[in-house]
Ligand binder design. Structure first.
Ligand SMILES: [Zn+2]
Length: 82
């Protein structure tokens, strides 16, 4: 049985229980977003994602932050927080 689940914080596909935080399928987040089983703060996630976008896309900090914010805003976990 397969169900298409993705992290509600970052959109990463969660293919199996082991990719969920704490390998617990009842937690709708990946182990990057919720390393201790609890979702990190929006500031922390935005900062991490900004750093990642800078590396991936070669953007400077303000441009990467705008892109990261726009992306995270599409996620169920953050749509009301950003
Ligand atoms: Zn995630």
């Amino acid at each position: 049985m397969t169900t298409a689940v993705s992290c509600e914080s970052c959109g990463m596909p969660l293919a199996g229980a082991e990719e969920h935080a704490l390998a617990d399928p009842s937690i709708p987040y990946c182990n990057h977003c919720a390393p201790e089983g609890k979702l990190q703060s929006v500031d922390e996630r935005l900062e991490r994602f900004t750093q990642w976008t800078m590396r991936e896309d070669g953007l400077d900090y303000p441009a990467a932050k705008e892109k990261a914010r726009a992306y995270l805003k599409t996620m169920p976990a953050w749509k009301d927080a950003l």
